[in-house]
Design a protein around this ligand. Structure first.
Ligand code: GRF
Length: 225
């Protein structure tokens, strides 16, 4: 199914789920200030009342709501409350941006192909946590980040877009994660734009992109002298 813009004013309505600092949320909010960006943030939800990202949303004049998971009897009640809030806001695409709760199969199925995540590795390498240290330990020459549709298995699902970040000999997990985070801030709005323009179709395990798209040059790391 391809998602296309609907409703007024013709922009895809995003719901962004956060738990913390919200730098990827900020990247999305920044992107939406461009008049030609085909999506807008309709609602920010956090499962933590003190998430810094809530202030970023309010600063941008976007509705922001804390729904602390601890206030709900169980996961179904929490996820139904989130879904109600998202649907009341007319959300068409849910973007996970550092949302630190595992989502149930019910939620994932309810929002199937309308739910995306950003993960700090080149999936399917390094799902889960500590991706930067694990990339260094594995000695990979490229690390990066992935925007993908969400399926029930952790950090799996059709890949929309990826950014490759060369690993430097002197990298620590901190220096590498800082460069990957910069790439995340470029990649997430780019992937959302592709979806909002109706150029992404999920076919089985793959997300297929429509139309000719510019390709980056092949990168070698290390680069021949
Ligand atoms: C990012 O590294 C993202 O890839 C991961 O969680 C982190 C969230 O950071 N899923 P922020 O809250 O967007 O700054």
């Amino acid at each position: 199914m391809a998602l296309v813009n609907s409703g007024t004013p013709g922009k895809l309505k995003l719901g962004v789920l956060i738990s913390g600092r919200g730098s990827n949320l900020q990247a999305l909010l920044n992107a939406t200030t461009a008049p030609d960006f085909p999506a807008e943030v309709a609602l920010v939800l956090s499962n933590k009342a003190d998430a810094a990202g809530l202030e970023r949303a309010r600063g941008a004049g976007v509705p922001a709501l804390a729904l602390p998971h601890k206030n709900y009897a169980d996961k179904p009640a929490f996820e139904q409350a989130m879904t109600r809030a998202l649907e009341d806001a007319g959300v068409q695409l849910v973007c996970l941006a550092g949302f630190m709760r595992l989502l149930s199969p019910w939620f994932v199925d309810h929002w199937r192909d309308r739910l995306i995540n950003i993960h700090p590795s080149l999936l399917p390498a390094f799902p889960g946590i500590d991706t930067h240290q694990r990339a260094l330990d594995a000695g990979v020459r490229f690390h990066g980040c992935t925007v993908h549709y969400v399926r029930s298995e952790v950090d799996s699902g059709p890949i929309v877009a990826q950014a490759a970040v060369p690993v430097q000999a002197e990298d620590t997990a901190d220096t590498l994660s800082a460069r990957v985070l910069e790439a995340e801030h470029q990649l997430y709005p780019h992937a959302v734009r592709l979806i909002a323009e109706g150029r992404v179709t999920v076919e089985g395990n793959r997300a297929v992109l429509a139309g000719p798209l510019p390709l980056p040059a092949t990168a070698l790391n290390p680069t021949p002298a």
